[in-house]
Design a binder for this molecule. Structure first.
Ligand SMILES: C[C@H](NC(=O)[C@@H](N)CCCCN)C(=O)O
Length: 371
């Protein structure tokens, strides 16, 4: 009787759920993708609120340029450590869905604190707000990447990463085009720091919207898990963020993205200081030169990675089919951290384990020759 009831319940469940939300169907992941794209919308929108309000912020709050740039330093410096911590938290304790929701909530709190600080012209409160906001925002980005890799693979992964990046840039663009009009529209009602504060609090609504997306995504993710018990292989064509997905095993992706963002934030924080120094001493022309030099360094790093990977016969330039075959072999034979090293260098897994190593090399040679 109980069995019959269970069977009926499952039938009802199957019938009541239309195809769109079928965990094994083709639509669910694309619906999830929309929410994934909007997940960091608020964070990207609010991240550059200070830039969109630069002149009025300096005027209304009566702050110097260096105090203004400190809003960005308070975002970046803590993240040199906190992004990595956030990534580890996602992998070890929180999981992607809970992590994304928690980090979204932290973003909301950070933006609210920033706004309240502005309203009362308390710069130290604003700095704390940016600190909280930054911690949430960067770790949210790790969670978004980990989400993407857990839902998509193969060629789709690159497409989805690209789309998400476009959405993020659109959010920044919308901020730059709307935040000042929002501020201006408050003209007759309030003035001075209060006007800045209210503008920032209105902007916080985008973060609350993103929090809603995180909750919906959590629910969708639960459905998705019900339909997919097996892990997908992570393969993708080479470009920065998806590239990590096939170098690092899935259970370490949060950590890997967190670490990348830590290093990125160290760069932001240092560049912030250098930008101020160069601008004060040499002006905009030298600043442009400095940025061009930075770009050249990045280009050289990419070229080095390409050459090194080709030289070591690593995974990065392989077709998805070859990469998948190699990955599966490496996964079978390596501990997670070793996989990362192997993936990029194709070095033997363990010197004591010659047999296994020889087998991997043979397989890789076979795979290379057949493709
Ligand atoms: C995808 C990439 N992400 C980052 O740069 C992260 N540091 C997250 C930035 C979040 C902004 N609030 C990018 O945006 O290019």
């Amino acid at each position: 009787m109980a069995d019959l009831r269970e069977e009926n319940a499952s039938l009802v469940d199957q019938n009541s759920n239309n195809k769109i939300l079928d965990p094994r169907g083709r639509y669910l992941r694309w619906i999830a993708m929309i929410f994934m794209c909007f997940l960091p919308f608020g964070a990207y929108y609010c991240d550059d609120n200070p830039a969109g309000l630069q002149d009025v912020m300096k005027e209304d709050l009566k702050i110097s340029s260096s105090t203004f740039t400190s809003f960005y330093s308070w975002y970046s410096w803590p993240n040199v450590i906190m992004s990595a911590v956030g990534g580890v938290l996602i992998d070890k304790w929180l999981g992607v869905a809970r992590g994304a929701t928690i980090f979204c909530s932290i973003v909301v709190v950070g933006q609210l604190v920033f706004g309240v600080g502005g309203f009362f012209r308390l710069i130290w409160v604003m700095n704390i707000g940016r600190f909280i906001f930054g911690v949430g925002s960067e770790s949210l980005s790790s969670a978004q990447s980990a989400y993407t890799v857990s839902w998509f693979f193969g060629k789709q992964l690159n497409f989805v990463f690209g789309l998400q990046l476009s959405f993020s840039r659109v959010a920044s663009l919308i901020n730059l085009n709307t935040i000042r009009p929002i501020y201006d529209s408050l003209d007759s009602h309030i003035s001075g720091p209060r006007r800045i504060g209210v503008t920032l609090l209105i902007a916080a609504s985008t973060c609350i919207f993103s929090l809603g997306c995180a909750l919906i995504l959590w629910w969708l993710d639960n459905r998705h898990r019900r339909g997919h018990h097996k892990d997908n292989p992570n393969d993708a064509a080479a470009s920065l963020w998806p590239l990590v997905a096939f170098l690092v095993p899935k259970q370490m992706l949060g950590t890997a993205y967190g670490l990348m963002q830590s290093i990125q934030n160290l760069g932001f924080a240092i560049i912030n200081i250098l930008t101020g120094l160069i601008l004060d001493q040499y002006g905009y022309f030298m600043l442009e030169i400095f940025f061009i030099v930075c770009l050249e360094i990045a280009l050289l790093a990419a070229a080095f990675l390409y050459v090194y990977n080709s030289f070591k016969k690593g995974l990065l330039n392989d077709s998805p089919a070859v990469r998948q075959a190699k990955q599966e072999q490496l996964l079978k034979m390596s501990s997670p951290p070793q996989i990362f090293i192997n993936a990029i260098t194709s070095t033997p897994v363990d010197p004591e384990n010659r047999e296994k190593t020889r087998a991997t090399t043979n397989i890789q040679a076979n795979v290379s020759s057949t493709c």
